[in-house]
Design a protein around this ligand. Structure first.
Ligand code: GLC
Length: 541
């Protein structure tokens, strides 16, 4: 079986601001990542995806970039970065940079110049218009911002301080491709490419179908428009071609049946983060207070569709820095979190594709619900809160949705040990540490053979050396069932089977399929003749 390096091992995602602070600043840094490389290696991964570490005013925690070819002093220096690449490489781990090319910070020199007049050399590097449309930005509020200096509006799909670049301009594209090549020449192993579906804008800027408040999400007007693939193929030619790298793009709205045009031979990227399985609560757009209940059959369908469409060129993920913790998202209220964390790990490592572990997921961390909206740092949480309030919800009701869905749930500091601030910092952490850190932390879990952490390590090692898991065909059984997720992986005459009970009650085994099967691992220590609550079992059939 011929597999690329990024198909053989998983990826560990790091949110550096919350990983490990080595300077006593209250925010994490690159040296913190360097210090924990052996821990990361113990998870059996072949790459680390670092969310942005470029100079940034941090309005969106680094996704507002002011310089594409440097490191923010809060995180360290280019020398620290080079050391990280080298030390990671010595452990057979590559560093994946996050490229944020749909927009820059409003402090980026390109924008600072662009806004000075309508005829400066960078005048059309961004999207300027005399009239706004009714588009609502992804973080809430109008997607257009009035610039006094230039007497025009500019488009920002995300925060006001994140103006959208104009990809129609060839100089913009050149400058972006040069920035990407700068990092490849420094030795990075590839890219996670942010919000890429928004780079192509419509030929005409017109109002979209209005929601009750008269606005229309910019997402509905600009995501994955015709013509985008031309830009992306140019990107590929100018940056990716001929390099042994891994590229994975964030592509909210690309559907499984469209995947072949985006990934693999004939496509542009190696893999694509599409959102169908993590957004099933939001069939009509991500407005948190309009969330629908979680439905297991929808979740399974989304995963199965992607599996079929990509034949394994697929990032498997249940968490990232934009999503709440999975143990609190995909299971009913009252579920045992340790069982849930292990059940998800079982799916993560046995589906076909590249498993992505988001920092803290391997410890089984859950959501940290803060008690006031003022405690939230995340810009989208504040936007969602305002939207809910504008829709008539009380403070308490609006806060409840923020507590459930806030991106800050995943951004609380990494829990290293039971010392103050979970060993993350010696100072006041930039975001409060989750209160459960005395129980859920890397040091305690390292010592406990039955911990979520050691479960992750075992499953990851098993997956990395199993030809059936690396390349076997995927088949789902009982897709319509709302209680269990069962699928098989087959290569030659061997079939492995994953079965997870998503409920908090006992469920009988479906007739006969496990007769004579051999349990390889599971989240209960012993065996039974039925599924116990949240039980996950991995069999050889
Ligand atoms: C992506 C990032 C998210 C960021 C947004 C704007 O969705 O994952 O964190 O806020 O793009 O750059």
């Amino acid at each position: 079986m011929k597999l690329s390096w990024w198909q053989r091992k998983g990826v560990y995602q790091i949110y550096p601001k919350s990983f490990l602070d080595t300077t006593g600043s209250g925010t994490g840094d690159l040296r913190g990542v360097l210090e924990r490389l052996d821990y990361i290696k113990s998870l059996g991964v072949g790459a680390i995806w670092l969310t942005p570490v470029y100079p940034s005013p941090m309005v969106d925690n680094g996704y507002d970039i002011a310089d594409y070819t440097d490191i923010d002093p809060r995180f360290g220096t280019l020398a620290d970065f080079d050391k990280l690449i080298a030390e990671a490489k010595a452990r057979d781990i590559r560093i994946i940079m996050d490229l944020v090319f749909n927009h820059t910070s409003d402090r980026h020199p390109w924008f600072v110049e662009s806004k000075t007049s309508r005829d400066n050399p960078k005048a059309d590097w961004y999207i300027w218009r005399d009239e706004p449309t009714n588009w609502r930005s992804i973080f809430g509020g109008s997607a257009w911002h009035w610039c006094k200096e230039r007497q025009q509006f500019y488009l920002h799909s995300f925060a006001t301080q994140q103006p959208d670049l104009n990809w129609e301009n060839a100089d913009v594209r050149r400058a972006l491709f040069d920035a990407a090549n700068f990092w490849l020449d420094r030795g990075v192993g590839g890219f996670r490419i942010d919000a890429i579906v928004y780079i192509k804008k419509p030929a005409q800027f017109v109002d979209g179908p209005a929601d009750s408040d008269g606005t229309c999400s910019v997402h509905n007007m600009t995501a994955a428009l015709p013509g985008i693939l031309d830009f992306l193929h140019e990107f590929k030619r100018e940056v990716f071609d001929g390099r042994d790298i891994f590229t994975v793009a964030e592509a909210n709205s690309v559907t499984p049946d469209e995947l072949p045009a985006w990934v693999g031979e004939g496509g542009v990227f190696d893999e694509l983060f599409e959102f169908s399985h993590v957004n099933i609560m939001f069939p009509f757009g991500e407005v948190w207070h309009r969330a629908e209940p979680f439905k297991l059959s929808d979740f399974k369908r989304a995963l199965s569709d992607s599996q079929r469409a990509t034949h394994g060129l697929y990032p498997i993920y249940f968490e990232n820095h934009d999503k709440p913790r999975a143990v609190d998202t995909f299971f009913p209220h009252g579920t045992n979190k340790i069982l849930a964390a292990k059940a998800l790990a079982t799916i993560l490592f046995t589906l076909r594709g590249t498993p992505f572990i988001y920092q803290g997921q391997e410890l089984g961390l859950g959501n940290a619900a803060f008690s006031s909206i003022d405690d939230y740092d995340d810009i989208s949480s504040r936007g969602q809160y305002d939207l809910a309030r504008a829709d008539g919800l009380s403070d308490k009701q609006a806060l409840r949705f923020v507590q459930k869905f806030s991106r800050d749930n995943a951004r609380t500091p990494m829990q290293w040990n039971s010392s103050p601030n979970a060993g993350f910092t010696s100072a006041e952490p930039w975001l409060p540490v989750h209160e459960d850190f005395a129980t859920f932390n890397a040091e305690a879990e390292d010592r406990d053979a039955d911990s979520v952490l050691n479960f992750y390590r075992r499953l990851s090692a098993f997956r990395n050396s199993s030809d059936v898991l690396l390349g076997g065909e995927y088949r789902e059984l009982f897709p319509e069932r709302e209680d269990v997720y069962i699928f098989t992986r087959t290569l030659g005459n061997r079939t492995l089977c994953t079965a997870v009970n998503f409920t908090t009650h006992d469920v009988p085994f479906p007739a006969k399929i496990f007769d004579g099967a051999r349990k390889i691992f599971g989240n209960y220590p012993d065996e039974s003749n039925h599924f116990r609550p949240t039980e996950a079992i991995f069999y050889e059939l």
